[in-house]
Each structure stands twice: as C-alpha cells, then as structure tokens.
Design a protein around this ligand. Sequence first.
Ligand SMILES: [Zn+2]
Length: 647
Amino acid sequence: MIDHATIERIIDAAQIVDVVSDFVKLKRRGVNYLGNCPFHNEKTPSFTVSPAKGIFKCFGCGKGGNSVNFIMEHEALTYPEALKFLARKYQIDVVEKEETDEERQQKDDRESMMIVSGFAQKYFTRFLWNEDEGKAIGLSYFRERSFRDDIVKKFDLGYCPDGKSIFTEAAQREGYRMEFLEKTGLTIQRDDWVRDRFSGRVMFPIHNVAGRVIAFGGRILKEDPKAAKYLNSPESEIYHKSKVLYGIFHAKREISRLDKCFLVEGYTDVLSMHQSGIENVVASSGTALTSDQIRLIRRFTQNVTILYDGDEAGIKASLRGIDLVLEEGMNVKVLLLPQGEDPDSFARKHSATELLKYISDNETDFIQFKTKLLLKTTENDPVARATLIKDVIRSVAVIPESITRAVYIRECSRLLNVEEAVLYNEVRRILRSRAEKGGGTLPPDPPMKPKPQPVAAAVEKGDLSIEEMELLRFLLKYSHQPLFEQESEQKEQPEIISVGDFIIGQLTEDDLVPDKHVFKVIFSEMAEKLSDESFQAERYFTHHADNRVSQLASDLLAEKWIESKRWTRGGGHTEKEHEILDQLVPRIVNEYKLRKIKEMHMELEQKLSGIDHDDVDSGLFEILAKIQNLKKIEKYLSEKLGSRAFI
Ligand SMILES: [Zn+2]
C-alpha cells in the first residue's frame, strides 16, 4: 500500500497536460487542450484536456478521468501501478504503508518472484554489455544477426554466463532467496545439487503487460545436440505461458493507436519488426494461440493480422487456432510471406514503408485464405472437397456476429461455387448441434469496441438516475456556494445555507440518501468536509482514491464543458447555471425526492397487490396508510415543481 501523503504528492506533481503530452500531441484550444484520442481511432480530435480541472475527456468514445486514470487506461495498469508509474516519472520516492500480515502473505510470493526476475534481467543485461564473456558471445551474436544496440537495449536482452551456477551464486550474494530463484525457474535445485537453468544462453526477458519481467526465453549458442535451442522459464505463479504474449508491453500503445495488431511466432520476429519501425507486433512464442492471448490483444484492438512464413504444412497445422480468434469476434487477416522468408528475415530486408505496403497489398481475410489454401489441395477430389466445405463452414460458424457471418457465406459461396442456401443450412446445423451438445448457447454477439456516443450516455453509466447524478454534480461544483440566508433563533445573524448544506440536509432529514456505493461515498465525504472552507470538492473527488468515484466525478464535471441547454430552454432564459442556484438547487432536490417517493409508492402498490385482503395480520392497513401519506407528498412536490417559483 502506498501511504496517503505519497499519493497526494504524486497527484500534485502529475499535471494532466504534462502526463497526457507524453502520449498525445495536444494543441491549445482556449482554456483547454485538444488532441486525437489515444483510445479510439479518430481523424477529427475530440479528446479534450482541462488543465484547470486536471482531467481529460474524450467526446468520441466517452473515456475520461484524471491523470492517474489516464495512465491506468493507457498503460493498462492497476491503480497502484499507475501511481508508481507516475512516481517514477516525477522522481518521487514511494513510501509503502505497513501492511497487515495477511496482506503481506498474499502478495509476498508473487512480488518476490517479480523482484527476483527483475534482478535477473538486470544481471543478464549487465553481463551482456560489461563482461568479456557476455560481449564476446552474447553481444556479438546479436550484432551478427544485425540487431541494433538500441533494440537490444529496448527489449532488455542479456546473457547468462556459462557455468554451473554463476548467476545463482551472484543472486544469493545479493540476498535473494533460493525459494524464489527456484520458484521462478531461474535456478534448478535437486537435493544438494544446484545449477542455473539458462547458463550459456542469450536471454530474452518476457514482460507482462505492465512492463515487469515475469519470465525468460533463453537461446543456446554453442553446439550441444542434447540441449534445446530455445528454453523457456517454467510455468509459475507469475508466468502462465498461455496468457502471455511476447512484446505486448512494447507494442500496446501502437496497437491501440493503429487499431491493429500483427501476430508473429518468435522473439526475433518481434525484434526485427521493431527494428524496421513497426511496433504493433506481438509473438505467441511457439505455443498455439490461446483464447487468453486473444483476449489480451482484444483489450487494445479487434483487428489481427497473422504473419506466416511460406511453409504450407506449418500453416495448415495452425488453422485450427485461428478459429479461436474468430470465436472472440475479432477480424482476422492472414499474410503469407514469400517462400523461404519469415517475419524476421523479411523485415530485415525491407523498410517499414515497404513492409507495410507488402502487408496491405497481400493480407487476405482468413476465411478466404483458408478456402483458397484448401481448394488448392483438393482439386479433382470430390470427397476431399466435401470435407473442405464442411471445414470452412465450421470456421464461419464460430463467428459470433450474424452479419459478418452472412458476408462470409456469400464470399465462400463464390469461392467454392456452392449455393448460399446450402452453406446456410450447414452453418445452422453446426450451430444447432453445438447448442445441444455443450448445453451451450448460440454464440453471443461480440463485445463491440465502444462506439462514439453522446456525452450524456457516457455519463449515464452505473446505476445512478439522472436526478442522482445532477445532485452529485451540484455538490461537486457548488457545495460551498451560499444559497440563501436563514433566520436562526439561537444566533443574531441569519445563518448562511450553502448548496452543500441544503442538499445534504434535505436528503438526510428525509432519510432519502440513495443506497448506492459511489453516491454514498461522495455524499458522506462531502458532509464531513462541509465545514472546511478550503475544501476543493472538484479536485478532491476527481482525484479520489476510489477509481469509480474519480471516474464519475470527472464525467460529471466534464459534462458541463458542453453548454447545457437544460436550464435555458424556453422563455429565452440565458442565465448561467451558477447565477440561479437558488432556483435550481431546490428544484433538483425536489425532482429527486419526487422520483424517490414515486418509487416507494410503486413498491407499496406492488406489495398491496400481492396481499391477502382477508388476513388481518397482513399489514394491509399500514400499507394503505403509507400510500396515503406518500400521495400527499407527491401532490405537494408536484405542485411545487409545477409552480412559477421554479421556472
Ligand atoms: Zn476516444
């Protein structure tokens, strides 16, 4: 846990414009800044940053928040990770709060494993650059393969010295415990026999999406018929091979900016692509593609292009895996490289521009690709052809969205020269049998990328009603503004009632505070701070430690960037909101109360309809009395709201 004072310092230092500018080119526009949204693909900038409020808001995709939220979203980090990220940027020492034993226990193992992995990476990298053996064997290998030094550094490549346990001994001298060296697989221990797993190998650290080292791949350089060319860390608490993509940390920003991800097979494919200037690329590192890996990509884009070398046998073996990608509702394209080339060799020979042109000229839709590939092998063989049609249709059937499916069926009908109706029948048959078999249902529609939506809709998230959101907005914006004076018996001077006093007083008195998490947090913390003159509600809540709170607060405050028409409709009223608070605030409180009363009334009516009227103990009369009472209040509030006093 990071202690509160440190969080405050980080938030103070992390000015929104400064933080966002690292990732987005911003232009000044009046008091705000404007740029192209990094979270969705757009040509006209709708991504707005307000230095005064310390928040950003995209009016295209609805994302918004403070500088910590921005880093969380952009770098795919958790809240504490984002704070640490910013602390590093502003060179603030993070003071971790004492944890309970239980907390420590839970976190310690994983954390210790990450720490030891981080140490190992630094050790291997230092060895590669500074030690004779590292330079002579490791560095010269990378240079022979013409990797530039900046690429070797960017990916933290390294070298593990050749010997029984040179690394392990060094780690132990530095105080790292055998338990975690072994759990991460860096060290192999049997009884009293200890050795380094990766000795004599060049090292490719594997980073998680947040950029921490969680495992390694090591390539052996000397001739050893008994040793595997590539060796990976074993599965561990921090490394699940099937959930990791090599290069995701270095690629995620470009993947989301370009809304596209290239998928290659090996470490060096990723490095060569980066070296040629293409950075939206990840590798599945030898394993068949898994659903978890696909979901990891889908956090950043829906569009994947798989790059294959020209070996047809290899391609056929991997076709099955691609059905998984289709199943996740992603758009899959395939690129076959010229015979004898792999992404690594091909990227070396071409500039980024050439490479991108080759890709866009030659990438084909997966279903088309598969159909053509299989067609080639089944010429003049009717039985094989029938199997092929079934096979292709099976791929089409996993596509979760029916419109996309329809497009594919048309295309396949053309390629296979089979009537659409026949293909439709086959798809339906597959879907039906799948639904019956797994007890599963038909595939659901895929989660779509957020569509551009009006601001109001973006704000309406969560389960808060319009009235509740308006109450919160007035609290956030105007809590300390005087609303009116109230005569008081105890005091000589009339008491000044602020917006905050009024809203909080009204809701508390009538016991009408909504039982919703975010509302309660803002409401109760606001109540505590009411007497504090210097309290800045906007800043406090947009930078709140509870991410749901800061998110909502940012949304509510950002909404007002667009001139609200709500209070200016009819009658030519053009008053600014803050000039007519004495009218608006009581009105919104009453609107809220009326909605609440109506809800309670409805509930009681429902109860009433389920009651046995002959049962004396059923509480019938109590309910009737309550309804009577609510009706009175409803009438009173409606009249008040309808009267001229409230516009
Ligand atoms: Zn956006």
